[in-house]
Structure formats: C-alpha cells, structure tokens
Write a protein that binds this ligand. Structure first.
Ligand code: 1CP
Length: 356
C-alpha cells in the first residue's frame, strides 16, 4: 500500500516532530450531530447495519472530512464489535444505547468465551478499514481503535451502559479470578483486533478506556492499566516503513498520566478535568498529548469557542507533541457550524506556537 500522505501533521505531532500548526481531529467526528450522518443512518435502519457495511462505514467516515479540514480520519465502527464477535448479541434499543442479549453472568460464561479471529467474525471492520484507506487517497491518516479490556468488560457484565457499575465491581471484588480471566481474554482479543486493523491499513490506533476513571488508583492499575500495557506490548508498531503510534485515553484518568505514559505508548488522550500544561510538565518528553477542550464549549458562541482554544494552546505552550481534540466525544446536539468554528480557530491560532 502506498504510504505517502498529503497531510501527515497528525502523525508528525504524535512523533513530536516539527509541524506548521497543531493538528486537529474530533472524538466522534462522524455521527449524530451531522445531518448527513442522520440521513445515511435512517437509510441503513440501524447502527450495526451501518457498521457492517464497508461502503456505508466508509461514507460516514469521510463525511466530516468533506465538511471540515480535519487532519485525521477515524474508522467508523464501535468498541462493542469485539463483545458482539464473542457471541454476546449486541443490539441497540431506540434512544437507549447499546445492549447485550447474553451478558456475562458466571465464571463458566467467561470460560466459554472465544477470542475472535479478526479476519473472520470481524472481517467487516477490516473491510471497512481497507475501503476507507483506498478512498482517503492519502489525504490524511486513518485512526483505528478499540475499547480497553476494562471498558469492554463493563458493558459485557452489566449488559449495557451503567451508572453505578454494580455488577462489574461485584465481579472485580467478589470473583477476581473470573474478572482477570475475562480481562485476559479481552486483552488478547483487542491486541489481535488492532493488529489486524494495522495490517488492513490503520496508520495509528487509539484505545478508549472510557470507564477506567470509576476505579480507585490501586484498582485502576490492577483491572485496567495492566491490560492496556499488555496490548501496547503486543502491537505492531511499524507499517510500510512508518511508525504506527498508539494513543491511550482513560476518561477521568488525569491523576494516572505518568503511569499511563510508562506503558510505552506514544500519546495520551487528556480530558478537560486536567490542565494540559500541567499534563505536559508531568509526562515530559515521554509521550505526545491529545485533547482537551470540554465538548460542551461547542454549545457556546464562536467567540467563546475561540477563547477556549486560546486558553488550551497557551496552556500546552509552544512546540510539537500536541494533537488538538475535544476531551471526549462531540455531543449529538452541537451545531455543525460551531464545530467548524472550533476547527478554524485551532488552524488559525495554532501556527504561532510552531516555529517551522
Ligand atoms: O447512530 C446511532 O444511534 C449510534 C450512535 C453511535 C455512534 C455514532 C454509537 C453507539 N457508536 C458510534 C460510533 C463510534 N463509537 C465511533 C466512531 C465515530 C467517530 O468517532 O467518528 C467511536 C470511536 C466509538 C467509540 C465508543 N463507543 C466508545 C469509546 C469512546 C467514548 O465516547 O467514550 C464507547 C464507550 C462506545 C459505546 C457506545 N456505542 C454507541 C453509544 C451511544 C455508546 C455509548 C454508550 C454509553 O454511554 O455507555
């Protein structure tokens, strides 16, 4: 596969190489805030039909890039494809978020779980990666992704989204052996899934640990970080003669940035509850940083959005190693014009922080 990129600012920033301005992409940049996404989603019927169709998945991946001058594309899929491929039966109830038909209830459920073969049960994801790479025509890099073992386990044990994490924490504390067997199988599954995405053409990968932040510091290391580290160690780190950077993101994980950086990953996603400049001072030269505007700022006026962009650029300071992003996914109710104002602000205002 040809590896020449017209715009490689995102990969250069992750490698802390000089850039002309700070690259930007937005978590959940393809999705419900875009009317063109809602249109395709309506045609497809449901969300998983969209994910399972490589042409449609490619189309919605490219939608935000047609509208905005973003510096990276992210595969349109979901973190819950792995549990689905393990046989749990993923479905979406209208307006209710993800659910599983067969959540994990016992040690024997976990013992029976297979580690999926990405080119078999998850072939539709790999086909989407191949299609998107072809259609991107080298414009910008493609980001592949997965959930972290802990985050996937929360959905698999709870049977869907949860507010208090009662069942998963009961398992962690009352049946640690079962918990660890599940996390071990998920770490193996995520490693082969991400390696298959890299083989199919993903030029960078990100691990979303959306729920690591509900754990105590000790439990975070035991149940989440250990397994993300195993994954980082098992990933293909180079493809077509270029480094494939790995970004770890633990939502509400600001207090653990040093420990996360020590896993050997290339970059950390930072949410808005941590000051980016403090984060930079703490991790030093070890990793690049991605973030970290509160997605709710996009409800405010373009002027207010610009102010916030300025605050974040000042906080990180000059030099490479920063990928601008939201601290979490863009909300479905945001006006796409405001997203456009945000991206424009980063592009216009960030050049002064780079001397190239
Ligand atoms: O159209 C619809 O109704 C479905 C909404 C939707 C979308 C657009 C879901 C269901 N998933 C997605 C796509 C998605 N999910 C992407 C690709 C889009 C892009 O970024 O451009 C990605 C990277 C994800 C990742 C994801 N899914 C995470 C981790 C990141 C995060 O936001 O914290 C999580 C936790 C999920 C689970 C999930 N899938 C869908 C929803 C609504 C949820 C969240 C459920 C919950 O809050 O517990």
């Amino acid at each position: 596969m040809s590896n020449t990129l017209k715009n490689d600012r995102y990969l250069r920033a992750l490698a802390k190489q000089p850039v002309d301005r700070t690259p930007i992409w937005m978590m959940r940049q393809a999705g419900r805030y875009l009317p063109e996404y809602r249109e395709i989603r309506k045609q497809a019927g449901d969300f998983m039909t969209l994910c399972r169709n490589p042409e449609l998945a490619c189309e919605v991946t490219l939608q935000p890039l047609r509208r905005f001058p973003l510096d990276a594309a992210i595969l349109f899929s979901d973190i819950l494809t792995i549990p689905d491929a393990m046989g749990l039966g993923l479905y979406f109830e209208q307006g209710e978020g993800p659910r599983f038909e067969r959540p994990l209830r016992s040690f024997s459920d976990i013992q029976k779980l297979p580690v999926p073969d990405p080119e078999q049960e998850l072939r539709y994801v790999m086909d989407a990666v191949r299609t998107i790479r072809r259609e991107l025509k080298g414009e910008v890099p493609l980001i592949g992704f997965s959930g972290s073992p802990w985050t996937l386990a929360t959905y698999m044990v709870e049977g869907g989204s949860t507010k208090n994490f009662a069942l998963i924490k009961e398992m962690a504390f009352a049946e640690p052996e079962a918990m660890h067997l599940l996390l071990h199988k998920l770490a193996q599954s995520v490693t082969s899934y991400l390696n298959a995405q890299i083989a199919a053409g993903a030029q960078s990968v990100m691990i979303f640990d959306t729920w690591g932040g509900v754990l105590s510091p000790r439990d975070y290391r035991e149940f989440s970080l250990t397994y993300m580290k195993q994954i980082v160690n098992g990933l293909t780190r180079e493809a077509d003669g270029r480094k494939v950077p790995v970004t770890l993101f633990t939502k509400n994980g600001g207090q653990w940035l040093e420990a996360m950086a020590a896993t050997g990953c290339d970059a950390l996603g930072v949410d808005w509850t941590t000051d980016l400049g403090d984060a930079r001072a703490r991790v030093g030269d070890k990793v690049a940083l991605q973030g970290n505007m509160d997605p709710s700022v996009l409800y405010a006026s373009p002027e207010r959005i610009r102010q916030e962009v300025q605050i974040i650029l000042d906080s990180y300071g000059s030099g490479s190693g920063h990928v601008f992003n939201l601290g979490h996914g863009i909300h479905p109710g945001v006006d796409p014009e405001h997203a456009g104002a945000f991206i424009k602000a980063v592009q216009e205002m960030s050049a002064g922080y780079h001397s190239e």
